[in-house]
Design a protein around this ligand. Sequence first.
Ligand code: IFM
Length: 467
Amino acid sequence: MARQSFPEGFLWGAATSAQQIEGGRRAQGRGESIWDRFAAVSGKIEDGSNPDVACDHYRLWRDDIERMRWLGLGAYRFSISWPRIMPAGAGAINAAGLDFYDALVDGLLAEGIEPFPTLYHWDLPQALQDRGGWGARDTAEGFVEYAAAVSRRLGDRVKQWTTHNEPWCIATLGHEEGHHAPGHLDPAEALRAAHHLLLSHGWATAAIRREVSDAEVGIVLNYCPAYPASDSEADVDAARWFDGFFNRWYLDPVMRGAYPEDAVADRIVRGHLVSPDLPFEQDGDLAAIAAPVDFLGLNYYSRNIMQADAAGRPRDVKTVPAEDLTDMGWEVYPDGLHASLMRVHREYAPGKIYIAENGAAYTDPVDADGRIADQRRITYHQGHCLAARRAIADGVPLAGYFVWSLLDNFEWGFGFTKRFGLFGVDFDTQQRRPKDSAFWYRDVVAANAVDDTVTPSNQGESRALDR
Ligand code: IFM
């Protein structure tokens, strides 16, 4: 059995987000978010649920830190709820909101776990949506005020700052395809939202650095490699289209200070732009967006196989048997992680990369002994960790790996139907249970190494951790 060691100091973490785990919807002055509003609309959430309570982490955070300690995590990636800090979106700060994260940070540091907060993971204050949301430039200015307030309070202890999580999801799923809050179907608004998100990232990067002189600041982007379904010119172009739409629309402005010309041309062909002069771009915007980052976070889950349909339109086709798909319908494809890291390293050369999310949704039962045997999740993470290890050997400056997610949680439009956690959560009782993957990950973290063969679980300790 071969064991693949990681470099000394490699950061092993787990990730969550505020709206997905905190609950505490009305606790201590929290304002309404766009996801609270969206989830209240009938039919928007698959199981009719809402994130009002979620994992009740707002009350149970100390216990959750205990789980992180048990895992041996070096870092915890969480997000800060803007409506908890600024219930009206701007202006008055809710002291209780800041106090919550202050205590969380202290609790993490007391266990030697590095806090890795993300300032925006999709929960815009509804009050700002009412004034135009990300489609309006003012929201970017509001974000800077919020980022400054949070970093001023936590910056004496928090050194790693992420501005946004997955702006593609916010812009496209929220404003173009309507699957996410605020549920709009307006491609032109989606392009404006993407620009304002990127701009707010650049401006907030400067604001955080003003508040915290030794801060490391970055952004987390989705990354999904696109492979053509065949060598045909049309399929190769479909893959190029997807790459521009999903990956390069964000990577290029942040890392190179320009939108990708071919992807801009694609938007003109579709009628979402009238010319290459982006109407929402002002002088200096791209320079602000391209403020050098200290790290780039990439979220990798799967790849897309792209094919042109009879009318030449690109579509994603599944080419593998159903058992190679997770419950999200995403192909398990670890080689794609290696390819993605190599490509970003070669073409964009960030000084430091984190895999800020990687994970798999599978539902596995709790057996009569209280065990959740989630071998598929172990296999998923093991394959991806080994791919990450190969990328490090090939020269990628990969500094850490965050499992999505610490806990089963509110998976946006899918409600509680998709389970990504290392810990299973019973949403009626809030009981957490370590899955076999949690035992596996604990061993990986302790050894700073991944075996080529699968680690068995430990049922005895599983019971000891029950609430
Ligand atoms: O749950 C989400 C997370 O909020 C953002 N990245 C993808 C995860 C799985 O869909």
